[in-house]
Ligand binder design. Structure first.
Ligand code: ATP
Ligand code: MN
Length: 479
């Protein structure tokens, strides 16, 4: 007998044919004469109700608890209950795997997200995480779709990098050297010539520099890979291992870069609305429940679906760093000293509280800040004529803060070199990068979108640890 999935079964009509469904038991309830089993197989957020009457042996039913896996042969019938149109009247049930209720951590009740993080190996089996990871998949697919339709080539940039000046954060070392008897140089440092690659290597913090090389030949490229940052930031927005999408476009200036960023984010939000409707409706309700427990002034004004719709329908606000600085300096929370970090001198980086003020209070829509002070941005960003700011842009989203960071790249060899000197980046380390400015250089731009921050936004979740299957954060690499 052919197995069908729950998603398909729920869309069928009642019929005489026997069908087979397999899945995991969410709940079982009932009386002596009849049991009702909610069965889920991950194909949809919805369960199918299995009705087991007296024809199913008592000793089989006794093995069926929350978490058990079963295979059911039966007929799809019109449901007598109110919750569903169709249910499965069992003719025979095979228990594939038991789940002892004394030991199985998931009970048919609401568990806290913290508890589920400690049971990350099982949390896929809850409604919330089922929905999150189906949406995460849909976003992966949609990203490749978006770039493919636009004629971009996907490039795989290295995960192990030989340059420690990618400039985006602290790195994790990759080494096979003996940790106890580490070979040392005459000066007493680690002798990396004896290491696996014959030099110091790390896990990548960004694929951008390599992606630029590809863009300067293929025209339009993007990367979508894992990135690693050894920053000790224990926030709800940072992971030590996360995924990043980095498009890079030759002949594009910063305005075109911003257009691309807005286009992509709007495409992804509308893809989610069109392809993940049931999961989003569930997550929307979940969010509304969560909001009820918050203080009034901390509540989000929009529901999840409303928020996605809003992003699709509104152009993002574009302002310069200096304009944002003026707004923030004269803002109420700054004057009343409500910000943790007060805005005083021009040139300081904005904190998440400032970004969220601009997005949630001032403009009430996504904001793109451009032209940051050069000292708080990376060496490869294009210098403006004022000599003080660079052609950078950050896209800020409600509830998230920075979701994208990008820039027009410095394509002028002499200026790039002097910026590297200013920032103590040795030229010989990046000889290959400099070559691209020596031979056929062109204006080009790109950005990095943090994939988990996107999934946070689209699912309405509050903690980045809940949108990646097995999160890596300081002091935590379980599973
Ligand atoms: P932040 O200021 O939020 O720490 P960043 O400026 O260091 O981020 P970039 O180097 O600009 O980040 O990286 C591009 C994008 O990657 C960011 O806009 C963000 O969406 C994402 N990102 C950066 N660091 C992390 C992290 N530790 N965990 C998850 N996503 C991240
Ligand atoms: Mn950034």
């Amino acid at each position: 007998m052919n197995r069908i999935e729950v998603k398909e079964a729920l869309n069928l009509e009642a019929g005489e044919n026997l069908v087979n469904l397999k899945g995991w038991v969410r709940t079982k309830r009932g009386s002596k004469n009849v049991s009702f089993i909610a069965l889920n197989d991950g194909s949809t957020i919805n369960n199918i109700q299995v009705v087991a009457e007296n024809n199913i042996a008592e000793d089989i039913l006794k093995l069926i608890h929350t978490g058990a896996s079963i295979s059911v042969n039966g007929k799809l019938v019109q449901s007598k209950g109110s919750g569903q149109a169709i249910e499965l009247l069992a003719e025979s049930i095979e228990v594939l795997g038991v789940a002892n209720p004394e030991e199985y951590p998931l009970q048919p009740k609401k568990h806290s997200l913290e508890f589920l993080r400690e049971n990350a190996h099982l949390r896929f089996r809850t409604n919330t995480f089922g929905a999150i990871f189906r949406v995460r998949h849909a976003m992966t697919f949609a990203i490749h779709n978006f770039f493919n339709q636009k004629g971009f080539s996907n490039v795989h940039t290295p995960i192990i990098t030989g340059s420690d000046c990618e400039g985006a954060g602290e790195m994790f070392a990759v080494s096979t050297l003996d940790k106890v008897n580490t070979p040392l140089t005459e000066e007493g440092g680690v002798d990396y010539t004896q290491d696996f690659f014959g030099k110091e290597t790390n896990l990548t913090v960004s694929g951008q520099l390599e992606a630029e090389m590809a863009a300067l030949a293929l025209g339009k490229v993007y990367t979508f890979g894992p990135t690693f940052r050894a920053e000790n930031s224990n926030t709800s927005r940072h992971l030590a291992e996360f995924w990043m999408i980095e498009p890079e476009v030759a002949f594009a200036d910063l305005n075109e870069d911003m257009d691309l960023a807005q286009d992509m984010l709007q495409y992804l939000c509308s893809y989610a609305l069109n392809h993940c409707r049931e999961d989003l409706e569930f997550l929307d309700k979940r969010l509304q429940e969560e909001e009820k427990h918050k203080k009034k002034e901390e509540r989000q004004e929009m529901g999840l679906i409303e928020k996605l719709q809003f992003v699709i329908e509104n152009d993002f606000e574009r302002i310069t760093y200096t304009e944002a600085y003026d707004i923030l300096r004269n803002s109420k929370p700054n004057k009343k000293k409500k910000f943790k970090y007060l805005i005083e001198e021009w040139g300081a980086d904005f904190q998440s509280e400032h970004e969220r003020y601009l997005v949630e209070k001032k403009f009430k829509k996504p904001v793109i800040i451009t032209d940051y002070p050069k000292d708080i941005k990376a060496f490869y960003m294009r210098m403006n004529d004022d000599g003080k700011t660079v052609r950078a842009m950050d896209v800020l989203f409600p509830g998230i803060g920075e979701i994208i960071g990008g820039s027009q790249r410095e394509e002028r060899l002499d200026i790039l070199k002097s910026r590297m000197q200013e920032m103590d980046i040795p030229e010989h380390e990046l000889w290959w990068y400099l070559d691209s400015r020596k031979f056929g250089t062109v204006p080009h731009s790109g950005f990095g979108l943090g994939f988990e921050r996107l999934v946070l936004f689209v699912t309405g979740m509050g903690n980045i640890r809940d949108v990646i299957p097995f999160p890596r954060t300081p002091k935590n690499a379980d599973f």
